[in-house]
Design a binder for this molecule. Structure first.
Ligand code: ADP
Ligand code: MG
Ligand code: MG
Length: 254
């Protein structure tokens, strides 16, 4: 029940190496937290998994549900169940949130060999999912993320996730910029969506989110590698001691 297996992954941006031999295995039912200093490559890792064109994989392998993920187009990765909630969600002027969600949903259903749903049935589904993130249905008729507050964008990302029911959800600093009430709504949404069949990778700077979404594993990323892994107690230790001691132990720098 290995969902994702990353072996010795290296990747460049504009010829500059950013990921430098990253290893990670994620099994069904698991929640992994990736923490680490700014600039360590966390967002790069999530974008490489999603197939973002700005990043060039230079070595290593990524297997997702038995398939070579690196050979798949970004759209195919999404359709087959890889979901990335961006650190900075994109605005798509002129495209209604509802249309965007329906197209994405039907595209995912097609990839699963299921029939597309019509607009009426989709409306019912969305209404149900809005509950999970406590969003008002007026957000559906607005352009995707346009004029949304930071917290509304993050909740909209979780709404997308609730609708797409990904096999692997990657949340990149979904907690950043959220006040405590929004954080609880987002965390509660994620907790409702985790199941024994899917897996979640949460990238976060702060232990705070992990009070609400309890990870099975915590990893520290630095200089493009995962340099330490542990259980949820590692996040607490990082909170009280910072990252320097881990860097020192793993890399001999501080
Ligand atoms: P983190 O998410 O851990 O803060 P990032 O993955 O965003 O780290 O960045 C890792 C390094 O890669 C940083 O030095 C950053 O400046 C660089 N980087 C990331 N994306 C780009 C890009 N599109 N163009 C140039 N440099 C980038
Ligand atoms: Mg980042
Ligand atoms: Mg759950």
């Amino acid at each position: 029940d290995l969902i994702l297996s990353v072996k010795n992954l290296t990747a460049d941006v504009d010829g500059t190496p950013i990921l430098k031999g990253l290893n990670l295995d994620v099994r069904a039912g698991e929640v992994h937290a990736i923490m680490g200093p700014n600039g360590s490559g966390k967002s790069t890792f999530s974008k490489v998994l999603a197939g973002h064109p700005a990043y060039t994989v230079t070595g290593g392998e990524v297997v997702f549900q038995g398939q070579n993920l690196l050979e798949m187009e970004a759209a195919d990765r999404a359709r087959s169940g890889v979901f990335l909630a961006f650190q900075y969600p994109l605005e798509i002027p002129g495209v209604s949130n509802l249309d965007f969600l329906r197209v994405a949903y039907n595209s995912r259903r097609k990839a699963q060999g299921l029939e597309e749903v019509d607009a009426f049935d989709f409306d019912d589904l969305v209404e149900e999912k809005l509950e999970i993130v406590k969003m008002n249905s007026s957000f559906l008729n607005r352009s995707v993320n346009e004029g949304f507050s930071g917290g509304e964008k993050k909740r909209n990302e979780i709404l997308q996730m609730a609708i797409l029911e990904p096999k692997l959800a990657i949340l990149d600093e979904t907690d950043s910029g959220l006040d405590i009430d929004a954080l609880k709504i987002v965390a509660n949404g994620v907790n409702q969506l985790t199941s024994p069949e899917n897996a979640t990778i949460m990238i976060t700077h702060y232990q705070r989110l992990l009070d609400y979404i309890v990870p099975d594993f915590v990893h520290v990323m630095a200089q493009g590698q995962i340099i330490r892994s542990g259980g949820k107690e590692l996040a607490l230790e990082l909170e009280s001691r910072g990252y320097d001691w881990v860097l020192e132990e793993a890399l001999g720098v501080g």
